[in-house]
Design a protein around this ligand. Structure first.
Ligand SMILES: Nc1nc2c(ncn2[C@@H]2O[C@H](COP(=O)(O)OP(=O)(O)O)[C@@H](O)[C@H]2O)c(=O)[nH]1
Ligand SMILES: [Mg+2]
Ligand SMILES: [Zn+2]
Length: 279
């Protein structure tokens, strides 16, 4: 029978078939074939011998957090502790777009801002809304989960588990105090697990302290700054990297304030970052 892996703890994979859960071990052949079963995978199982037999083809996969076949990713960005970071936001948007997953932005801890800080934040967020992203700062985000597989991403301590607990009062995910010295939450969510809630499947994840453009070229980065695509036809060179080239429409739009300068600066930083090492 075929089911979905909803949880993994070392070599124990919990597979959901309709509403029944089976805890299966992975066959040795996976290791041999270089296949790592992931949460989110659709798998053929042998329910009698409690074995994973085969992993069905994936529509996508993320490395960090490691999960497969997700429709959308909620990026949870904290305002304070950890500090709001456009660098991290732009990086995550780019990586998630590259993996063919729809990003949704949630900004947490807005209760810690004064009205001036809130106004400043709203101005920035309105840019991300204008280029096509859904952006939330409150529980109205609950409208996005129905019939979708969603992964929560964001730094440890950003408020991912807290948001999920607020959205579904039946959940009691452990949340962490942010340690003052590190400014980071403890890694309270230790494994990736798909939870049946809000009409869909949602994975809370442990979060990370560092993230990088694994496997991405500078062209991949360029192509996943989505608002650039609107203008790139008008660049003089077809393969314009919007960097040192003249007659670059992207640079013109940055000067005209139609592209957020921090987005463009982060873009330049990222293409340098990936050019340094191997492609
Ligand atoms: N003031 C405030 N604190 C929050 C909010 N969301 C989360 N926190 C706190 O931030 C800390 C880390 O939250 P947690 O949900 O564990 O973060 P996670 O690591 O992303 O799951 C906890 O102490 C929460 O109480 C919020 O909206 N406002
Ligand atoms: Mg958590
Ligand atoms: Zn250009």
């Amino acid at each position: 029978m075929i089911g979905k892996i909803v949880k993994q703890i070392s070599n124990d994979y919990t597979v959901k078939v309709d509403n029944t859960l089976y805890t299966c071990k992975a066959r040795g052949k996976f290791k041999h074939d270089g296949i790592t079963p992931l949460v989110g995978d659709n798998a053929l199982i042998d329910p009698d011998n409690k074995l994973l037999l085969e992993i069905l083809p994936r529509i996508n996969e993320l490395i960090r957090p490691s999960i497969a076949n997700v429709d959308q990713a909620v990026i949870v960005m904290s305002n304070k502790i950890p500090e709001f970071s456009l660098d991290l936001l732009d990086k995550l948007l780019c990586i998630i777009e590259y993996n063919n997953i729809k990003p949704i932005i949630y900004v947490s801890k807005t209760d810690l801002l004064n009205s001036e800080e809130l106004a400043k934040l709203e101005l920035i967020l309105s840019y991300y809304r204008d280029i096509g992203y859904k952006v939330y700062t409150d529980l109205s985000i609950k409208e996005v989960f129905k019939d979708k597989v969603t992964v929560f991403v964001g730094q440890s301590g950003a408020g991912k588990s807290t948001l999920l607990n607020k959205l579904d009062s039946n959940l009691s995910l452990i949340t962490g105090e942010v340690s003052a010295s590190l400014g980071r939450g403890k890694h309270t969510t230790r494994h990736v697990e798909l939870i049946n809630t809000l009409g869909g499947l949602i994975a809370d994840t442990p979060g990370f302290s560092k993230i990088s453009f694994i496997g991405m070229s500078k062209e991949d980065i360029r192509d996943n700054f989505i608002e650039f695509n609107k203008y790139r036809e008008e660049c003089r060179y077809k393969d314009c990297m919007h960097d040192a080239e003249d007659e670059c429409e992207i640079k013109k739009e940055v000067n005209n304030s139609n592209i957020l300068i921090s987005r463009y600066q982060n873009y330049l930083k990222y293409i340098k970052e990936v050019s340094g090492g191997s492609k």
